[in-house]
Design a protein around this ligand. Structure first.
Ligand code: CP
Length: 331
């Protein structure tokens, strides 16, 4: 299985089978243990990954940079605005040339619906090395892989029947992409979970992602439901994942989206709403969180919260995907 993943792109989770995703998580757990025990694991000596960012990042950039260093390789950080992409250089030329310099290309392009995923597929079509999605308009597969690893660490391998609430929450900072909630509803449904999505009417997700979540729930033996209140989603939930996202039609007009969001300031994860979840429920967030708006300090810093474990798992899962896909075929 490890050999089979050599050379593969990782653009959405749905392009990897469940067996492949489980392999990536198992390998991430092994790498996590090795890091904890200071056992060197230089699996990618002298290999280069290019990190191409059209948007800001803390966790993604640094999990890739630290991760590839621990694997014996090197990351090049490229801010799109300072590259020739800003002058319109094509994804084809960029993909072919960077592939000739290194061993993988990772891209974050998440703020314009209809653009990011298409851009990285154009790069992948022409690049002869693996292409990684560091977050696009559709999916954030490195985030949801770390989320799944965190859930497995808490609940074990059999996730069937667990209720996960993926809910919109108010945030005034910026109109966040839809890719995390979409990534969650399309991945967790494959594991037989009961996935409940909650949002105010204006904050719908992409139709094809909703359809995919329904299909995955049917095939995975779980369920998928959309409700219109946080309370309905949180009731008896085992896992809650409340976070903000923008209005699909308003990514070109973020001020308008934030004005609309201000009508729903009561969509906050606080102690009251946590009290209707299951006693041992976990609170998750991909971060950054708008403290005091999306979530109260008492919840995010409280006993249900697993945010730091979840953020740490970004490192281990990122290393796992790089090691599995960037290794040489004959290794
Ligand atoms: N969760 C996540 O992707 O964090 P960054 O935006 O900081 O990379």
């Amino acid at each position: 299985m490890l050999q089979k993943l050599s050379g593969r792109d990782y653009i959405t989770t749905r392009e990897w089978t469940r067996e492949e995703i489980d392999t990536a998580i198992d390998f991430a757990s092994k790498l996590k243990k090795q890091k904890l025990e200071n056992i060197p694991h230089r699996l990618l000596p002298d290999k280069t990954v290019f990190l191409f960012f059209f948007d800001k990042s803390t966790r993604t950039r640094n999990s890739f940079e630290a991760g590839i260093t621990q694997l014996g390789g090197h990351a090049h950080f490229i801010e799109a605005s300072t590259s020739q992409a800003a002058h319109g250089e094509s994804p084809k030329d960029m993909g072919i040339i960077l592939a000739s310099y290194g061993h993988a290309i990772a891209i974050r392009h998440d703020l314009v619906p209809g653009e990011g995923n298409k851009y990285m597929r154009d790069v992948a079509h022409h690049a002869s090395v693996p292409v990684f999605n560091m977050q696009c308009d559709i999916d954030h597969p490195f985030q949801t892989l770390a989320d799944l690893m965190t859930i497995k660490e808490r609940f074990g391998e059999n996730l069937k029947g667990l209720k996960i609430a993926v809910s919109w929450a108010y945030a005034p900072s910026y109109a966040k992409p839809l890719s995390v909630p979409q990534g969650l509803i399309t991945l967790m449904t494959r594991y037989g979970m009961d996935v409940v999505l909650a949002h105010p009417p204006e904050f719908r997700l992409m139709d094809d992602q909703i359809e995919l979540a329904h299909d995955n729930a049917r095939d995975g033996g779980g369920s998928f439901e959309i409700v219109d209140s946080m309370d309905a989603a949180f009731e008896n939930a085992d896992i809650v994942y409340p976070k903000s996202w923008g209005v699909l039609e308003l990514f070109g007009n973020p001020d308008e989206a934030l004005k609309l969001a201000a009508n729903y300031k009561h969509w906050i994860c606080d102690d009251r709403i946590m009290s209707i979840t299951n006693r041992d429920s976990i609170y998750m967030h991909c971060l950054p969180a708008d403290r005091g708006n999306e979530v109260t300090d008492s919840v995010i810093d409280g006993p249900h919260s697993v945010i730091y474990q979840e953020a740490e798992n970004r490192l281990h899962t990122c290393k796992s995907i790089m090691a599995l896909t960037m290794c040489d075929q004959q290794e």
